[in-house]
Write a protein that binds this ligand. Structure first.
Ligand code: F0G
Length: 457
């Protein structure tokens, strides 16, 4: 039986035509792209589930805000609006706009990390870890073991394992840990949330040892909605109350506005400590721009500020989570191996179980993403061994999770688009035995998944 769905809390004012292609055209396109969905032209894509990053549909209120851009080099009024949004909604004192999330990660890593340090986090994110490592730190994964099991259905699979964290502190000493990097929700674990109780406990432990907690706030509103739905005592709280409480357990955050800020570009670093803010303000002028615009134009800061207020609307965020869940349940009912529970921003296909005959070093998830494109024009993203990259000694990281991410942009696609996606995946699953793995023909040294090229074995 088809799942009853939660209808959209918005209507469509403008439409964007999308490409309808033939299988032959798609076979040529994916070959040209080196079997890497990042290298496809968007003109060749029918339904684009590569990412939820910067692919959001802005509201009429945000578009109206763009017309009020104050493009002053210094002291733009839009900066004040952004600052007000960060202070009122997230509760941090200082804000430094950056061109996107990784701009904030760069600055945070540079002002806090010394060579030889350790940064514990609840599973790595690609750009976050890259900045930590480029500044001389070693990343240590302290997420609960359950997060690495795609079949285990528990409410807060993004939680930090306090024993692992305490063990690391004992082992290397608190002075070698500049901060704990706590992500909400955890992207590479499948969009899994962190409970409020866990955030509180991590903060208390960190404070006991004089260590700071820096959150990756990128998908904080999704996390807040999961807390409202799943954690005792939060059902009657507003999303705003929950977000504010979450951030009360942090000393600062990096934010990619391209996700829960519901914009196409932008981000920021937020901090409570005045000295750290001074250091960040000194660096942002080198890498991004003046502290009052960083990497953003006035109009973009306005759209982000407005998007942040909109993101606190329960109907908006509950519908978003419902859309993702709808796709997940459709696939699950058809017996497709997916990560459970379904996360906040995406449904993740488990490529290990989808293509059990393809060894991990022949990139089963990369191949599954390519096959899905050929089958249907749906673009997805590998989140497995290719994304995980190599260690210092040049060996592949072998992540336990070998996934393909079907990422749902905010307010962009309808339930019928999601039906098309589900049908294509189900079709591919029927033909799974015929598919072989891939090998590299070009492998870039860092963040290889963006531009690597492959050919079939
Ligand atoms: N942190 C998380 C959890 C992210 O998912 C991303 C981006 C970033 C930081 C970096 O932010 O892209 O604005 O520089 N994730 C995108 C994705 C790329 O597709 O998941 P950015």
């Amino acid at each position: 039986m088809d799942k009853k769905y939660m209808a959209e809390p918005y209507k469509i004012k403008m439409v964007e035509p999308i490409a309808v292609t033939t299988r032959e055209q798609r076979e040529i396109a994916i070959k040209k792209a080196g079997y890497n969905t990042f290298l496809l032209d968007s003109d060749d894509v029918y339904i684009d589930l590569l990412t939820d990053s910067g692919t959001n549909a802005m509201s009429e209120n945000q578009w109206a805000g763009l017309m009020l851009g104050d493009e002053a080099y210094a002291g733009s009024k839009n900066f004040k609006h952004l600052q007000q949004a960060v202070q009122e909604l997230y509760g941090f004192k200082y804000v430094i706009p950056t061109h996107q999330g990784r701009g904030a990660e760069n600055i945070l890593s540079k002002i806090m990390i010394k060579p030889g340090d350790y940064v514990p986090g609840n599973m790595y994110f690609t750009t976050t870890r890259a900045h930590q490592e480029l500044n001389g730190a070693a990343f240590r994964d302290v997420i609960i073991d359950e997060a690495h099991d795609p079949e285990l259905n528990i409410a807060f699979k993004g939680n930090i394992d306090l024993n692992k964290l305490e063990k690391l502190i004992d082992e290397v000493g608190a002075e070698k840990i500049p901060y704990i990097c706590l992500a909400v929700t955890v992207n590479l674990a499948g969009g899994q949330p962190v409970s409020m109780a866990n955030m509180k406990a991590v903060y208390e432990l960190a404070q006991k040892h004089g260590i700071k907690v820096m959150m990756d706030a990128t998908r904080c509103v999704e996390n807040a909605c999961f807390i409202k739905h799943r954690e005792a005592g939060y059902a009657n709280k507003t999303i705003l109350d929950i977000v504010k409480e979450m951030f009360s357990y942090a000393d600062g955050c990096t934010m990619s506005g391209k996700k829960d800020g519901i914009v196409n570009i932008g981000g920021f670093l937020a901090l409570n400590d005045g000295d750290l803010y001074q250091k960040a303000a000194n660096l942002v002028v080198v890498y991004e721009g003046m502290p009052s615009y960083g990497g953003m134009s006035g109009r973009d800061m306005e759209a982000l500020a407005r998007g942040m207020y909109e993101s606190m609307d329960y109907n908006y965020i509950a519908h978003r989570l419902a859309q993702v869940e709808y796709l997940g349940e459709k696939l699950d009912q058809a017996g497709i191996p997916i990560v459970k529970p379904v996360g906040g921003h995406a449904v993740f296909l488990d490529a290990r179980r989808f293509y059990p005959h393809i060894p991990q070093n022949q990139f089963p998830a990369q191949m599954l993403a390519a096959q899905l494109y050929i089958e249907s024009g749906v673009r997805s993203m590998e989140r497995g061994i290719v994304s995980a990259g190599r260690d210092k000694d040049g060996n592949h990281h072998y992540p336990k999770l070998e996934l393909v991410r079907l990422t749902i942009p905010r307010r962009v696609y309808t339930y019928s688009h999601l039906d098309v996606v589900a049908e294509a995946v189900i079709e591919l699953y029927k033909k799974r035995d015929q598919v072989k793995g891939l090998r590299f023909v070009y492998e870039p040294p860092v963040l290889r998944f963006f531009t690597a090229r492959f050919e079939p074995n």
